[in-house]
Design a protein around this ligand. Sequence first.
Ligand SMILES: Nc1ncnc2c1ncn2[C@@H]1O[C@H](COP(=O)(O)OP(=O)(O)O)[C@@H](O)[C@H]1O
Ligand SMILES: [Mg+2]
Length: 256
Amino acid sequence: MAEPYLRVENLQKQFGPFIALGGVDLEIYPGEVHALLGDNGAGKSTLIKTLAGVHQPSGGQIYVEGKPVNFRSPRDASSAGIGTVYQDLALNQLMSITRNFFMGREIKGPLGTLKMDEMNKIAHDEMLKIGIDFSDPTQAVGTMSGGQRQTLAIARAIYFGARVLILDEPTSALGQKQQMEVLKTIKRVRARGDIGIIFITHNEIHSKLVADRFTFLALGKVIGSGTLQELADEDIRKLMAGGAEMADLEQELAAI
Ligand SMILES: Nc1ncnc2c1ncn2[C@@H]1O[C@H](COP(=O)(O)OP(=O)(O)O)[C@@H](O)[C@H]1O
Ligand SMILES: [Mg+2]
């Protein structure tokens, strides 16, 4: 297999005495969707915030294309090709699609005037590449569906250089049709072949629809990882529940 674009070795993060990440290993390859699964409190958000330069690790090492890196800020991570799409998407509903696409990175002419035509075209074309043909990017983001907003945030991250795209629960706040739209977008990005995706989800079905590889976190540790072939179906159910015996819990539930 090719070199992983991103590699994490024994990553640790403590908040005071509390160990949120207790030594996590992870590899992200170009052209691969890597599902990161785990119950609430498992450490998923802490892990991706550390990869995104929001948190500094307490131990361990992050490597980008084989070289050790230390992200002191989200800007560092973003310049290294780590693009993060958070659940709230960081979009301004009242502003146009194009203005949201560029937000702070506008293309300007010599006198500082915004090159709106050029920016509209880029915003339109970049979103079209991954599946939405929004003919009028001068419309406000508020007019877009939840799935389209995800696509906008993803297209923006890619245009500005993401080689690893971190998607934090991109399907969790959406209706079922919108969820399928987002999964389609994820597959289209995957099909480019040059971008690795970390897909954080609570949803086992969604992860199986798009992911090549799975990592399960519980209490800050990796409790299982591998391809679908490597992980038997029943294992996945146990791993989703943080290693607890789901069957026991279901029996208890049925007994009430
Ligand atoms: N900034 C913080 N300060 C203290 N504890 C935190 C902080 N962020 C997360 N935690 C704790 O770390 C654990 C993992 O949280 P988190 O990474 O958000 O899990 P997940 O995203 O998998 O639900 C939780 O017990 C949470 O309370
Ligand atoms: Mg979280």
